[in-house]
Write a protein that binds this ligand. Structure first.
Ligand code: DAV
Length: 371
């Protein structure tokens, strides 16, 4: 691959090989050119498993036990689909190329040497695929129900590879019983952090990482272990520094409703989970996310209401925000951003918002240090 030095930052040269790759993304805020938006087609409740209770909202455990392996309610799927269409339309009118995965059957049982499962959905590309620079990485996810989830993206992955991207995958996990702490019990909101994944083998979801150029912020969670972070760190090599922080979150899974870098020098934080902003962000504007306004009556199968923070930056100013989330819209306006409202509350029911539902495949910009 042709690698061309375009600037020198710190002690290491910064490289620009963008011309040879359709995959190119260093931050959460560089101008967005191409994005994958997930789909809710075929969405099924996963089989009940020990990895679920540490992250599902308490009031959803009974539903997940009862409906394990069944399709999500068709009216919920239809309502989410309508919002996805609106989101795609908005992205396209803002000049972004939108790609979609191919639906794969989620109710066909599969098995390994140790266990069997069915799938869930292809709604959240953010969880299972990580883009760093010109590389797209398939994540070794900890949930058995997500074992084959990246198959929905294979046509795109092959196309990007043929176009010049690098394509890799974390070590295929076995996900044996040893991967899960069978004695896990809820520590309670103020209890010590207790994670259900063990260090048996590396697992991680991409959504436990957030990119600021050479610095990548990460957390351990109920799907991402230290072994997984170490694998990724060595895989990415000396060009990147992974900073692992622990937040006040008793049920962590994915960092993107906790700490969201929005632009150089601007970070959105969850005021309940980030009681002390990491020193790394010294000198940055810290924007406290407003309390979510999603009513209790609205079903959220797999996420807390803080999913209101799960915004998508189109560049350093334009930001896609849930249309009904007036407090977030006015706060971001006050900080000089340009919010673009989109209905997404019905999609939120499936466990994510604009950041979870997308994978930014290509953003203009070079690899830099922001700290
Ligand atoms: O409440 O932290 C995070 C996003 C899930 N994909 C939460 C949910």
């Amino acid at each position: 691959m042709t690698v061309e030095a375009v600037e020198t930052g710190g002690s290491r040269p910064v490289v620009e090989n963008r011309r040879t790759s359709p995959v190119w993304c260093h931050t959460e805020w560089d101008p967005l050119e191409e994005v994958i938006v997930g789909i809710v087609d075929e969405a099924h409740f996963p089989p009940w498993h020990a990895a679920l209770p540490p992250v599902l909202p308490a009031d959803q455990h009974d539903t997940f036990r009862r409906d394990a392996g069944k399709p999500f309610p068709p009216e919920a799927v239809a309502a989410a689909n309508q919002e996805l269409d609106e989101f795609v339309h908005i992205l396209e009118s803002e000049g972004v190329t939108v790609r979609r995965p191919e639906p794969i059957p989620q109710n066909v049982p599969y098995r390994t040497l140790d266990w069997s499962s069915t799938g869930m959905y292809a709604a959240m590309p953010r969880d299972v695929l990580l883009v760093v620079g010109d590389e797209i990485i398939e994540c070794p996810t900890a949930w058995r129900s997500r074992y084959y989830e990246t198959l929905a993206y294979r046509p795109l992955l092959k196309e990007y590879f043929r176009g010049g991207a690098r394509w890799s995958a974390g070590p295929k996990p076995e996900l044996k019983d040893e991967q899960y702490d069978s004695t896990w019990a809820d520590p309670g909101e103020d209890g010590p952090r207790r994670l259900v994944v063990t260090e048996f083998e590396p697992t991680f979801d991409a959504a436990d990482f957030t990119r600021c150029g050479r610095d990548i912020i990460a957390q351990m969670s109920n799907v991402t272990n230290a072994f997984g972070i170490e694998w990724l760190s060595r895989h990415l090599g000396d060009d990147y520094r992974i900073h692992v922080f622990e937040f006040d979150d008793a049920h962590p899974m994915h960092i993107d409703a906790t700490l969201v870098p929005m632009a150089p020098g601007k970070v959105l934080i969850n005021p309940e989970r980030v009681r002390r902003v990491p020193d790394l962000f010294k000198g940055w504007d810290v924007i406290h996310a407003p309390k979510p306004i999603i009513p209790d009556s609205h079903p959220l199968y797999m996420t807390s209401k803080w999913i209101n923070m799960n915004i998508l930056m189109l560049d350093e100013e334009r930001v896609v925000v849930e249309r009904q989330d007036e407090p977030m819209i006015s706060l971001l306006k006050n900080f000089g951003f340009t919010p673009i409202p989109c209905n997404f509350r019905n999609f939120n029911s499936f466990g994510g918002s604009f950041h979870c539902a997308t994978l930014d495949v290509r953003r203009r910009g070079a690899l830099r240090s922001y700290f």
